[in-house]
Design a protein around this ligand. Structure first.
Ligand SMILES: C[S@@+](CC[C@H](N)C(=O)[O-])C[C@H]1O[C@@H](n2cnc3c(N)ncnc32)[C@H](O)[C@@H]1O
Length: 320
């Protein structure tokens, strides 16, 4: 049945626009977006097309009316990989979301973050601020791999609503890296990766599929620095090679650095390309991401993969 009204959506902390795009594809009408980083904002404008304000969500003076607000505030202060610093000033940014909701008269709000966010004092303050404004609040912790994304990526979603709470989305069939690493164009400007030193190339060539730094320590200790032998340095993802017929592990902002995770190509002696990273996040090949390499990996690694975003967007849109 056709929906009677147009659902207006606003995106705070919009990044390059993956979560916005999911709402676009679910039939939402993107009305505004705010993003601090000018490069991410220019990618957003190019790909999503909605008007985007480059600046901080805390210093805006105009609050356009909308039905839905989506927000992905920075997660570094909550992430198990970050320093999880309760004093990180970015932690309090989520508290502006209930204020925006009130000013924009939004009926439904979706706040995306890492799962530990839900146990933080900032989350409790945000929930209280929503409840004080008569929103009902629910939380979901979902894994992108359950929504057709070739990547394990657990994220929390806080839903605040004045029109009833949506059901969580139903999982769909899983997919693998092999499925999205097909038909890559050699002349694609995004199909690029850092060459790395001779030592790095040597290490990468020795990594077995699904192997990691521990395999290098066993096979070629002479290629490994003393720090790798220290107790507590046995993280299983570091210098990890992906497995072709499996989903990838969580893609982070520095996914072209092998010392940061399982980012080595499943069959080649290199880290994955920008295009391969974008495909793991289901970013269409037609999108152009602006900026230098680290700006692009940040825009990719920060995003909500489209399959997961669409599943959530659909449940929210069904409320109207
Ligand atoms: C997790 S990312 C959001 C990703 C986005 N939801 C997507 O799916 O592509 C968080 C974004 O918040 C932006 N940001 C950080 N502080 C901000 C602020 N004060 N105002 C607006 N944006 C901010 C960062 O530059 C980053 O792009």
């Amino acid at each position: 049945m056709a929906r009677r009204k147009t659902i207006k959506v606003g995106d705070l902390f919009a990044g390059a626009g993956l979560f916005s795009q999911a709402f676009n594809e679910a039939g939402g009408n993107l009305k505004f977006a705010i993003e601090l980083d000018p490069l991410a904002a220019s990618s957003y404008a190019r790909n999503v097309g909605t008007e985007i304000k480059t600046g901080s969500v805390v210093s805006q003076k105009v609050f356009p009316a909308c039905d839905v607000i989506v927000a992905g505030p920075p997660c570094q202060g909550f992430s198990t990989l970050g320093r999880r610093d309760p004093k990180d000033v970015r932690n309090s940014l989520c508290l502006v979301v209930p204020q925006w909701a009130e000013r924009c008269r939004a009926q439904v709000v979706v706040v995306e973050n890492v799962p530990p966010f839900l146990a933080s004092p900032s989350w409790k303050l945000m929930r209280d601020a929503f409840e004080a404004r008569q929103y009902e609040v629910a939380t979901w912790t979902l894994d992108a791999v359950d929504f057709g994304v070739p990547q394990r990526r657990r994220r929390s979603f806080t839903i605040a609503s004045k029109i009833g709470l949506p059901e969580p989305p139903k999982p769909v069939q899983a997919t693998t890296i092999a499925h999205v690493f097909k038909r890559l164009r050699r002349n694609d400007p995004m199909h690029v990766w850092p060459e790395g030193s001779d030592l790095m190339k040597h290490r990468l060539a020795l990594l077995p599929e699904n192997g990691d730094r521990r395999d290098l320590l066993l096979a070629s200790p002479e290629l490994c620095p003393p720090s790798w032998w220290k107790i507590g340095c046995q993280a299983t993802d570091v210098w990890g090679r992906m497995k072709l017929n499996a989903p990838a592990n969580t893609l982070r902002c520095d996914f072209q650095n092998p010392s940061k995770g399982r980012y080595v190509h499943p069959t080649e002696s290199r880290v994955i390309s920008l295009r391969e990273g974008a495909r793991l996040q289901q970013i269409p090949d037609s999108w152009v991401l602006n900026g230098h390499r680290t700006a692009i990996t940040r825009q990719i690694g920060n995003g909500v993969p489209l399959g997961l975003g669409r599943a959530i967007a659909q449940q929210v849109m069904n409320l109207f």
